[in-house]
Design a binder for this molecule. Sequence first.
Ligand code: ZN
Length: 145
Amino acid sequence: MPEDTNKGLAPLNRPLTQNERNLIRWLLEHSNSNVDHLLSQLDRLSVVEKCTCGCPTVYFAVDGEPTSRKGERLIADYLAEVDGDGVGVMLFETKGKLSSLEVYSLAGSEKPFGLPAIASLHGYDGIPKIHNQPYPPNFVSFATQ
Ligand SMILES: [Zn+2]
């Protein structure tokens, strides 16, 4: 039966991967908000849900307790590349707990992709040529739906 899998979520229960951990740490250290207090949650974070569209978006629990996404707040917003394609990377918290890491294709590609390398992360200033396309695309955060 055909389903709209693009916006689906799959339950999961696993620790952070090293790549996730490194990326989240980088985003916390480069947030415009003062989120130093969230750094200590890296060791207490696990993944309890993931997006099923092929992107690496994941949702967190702190100390095994899934973080509510109601009232989520964006704490870091960057651009990056994965295999030469532009992606957006956003980190969210809810009431002082890390809630989700969203990674989305700027071009709206439906091809599965992984996390960007830290070295490819950059802000909205000095956007490389690859991002000549208008930004943002018709992106709607899963979290706000
Ligand atoms: Zn997705």
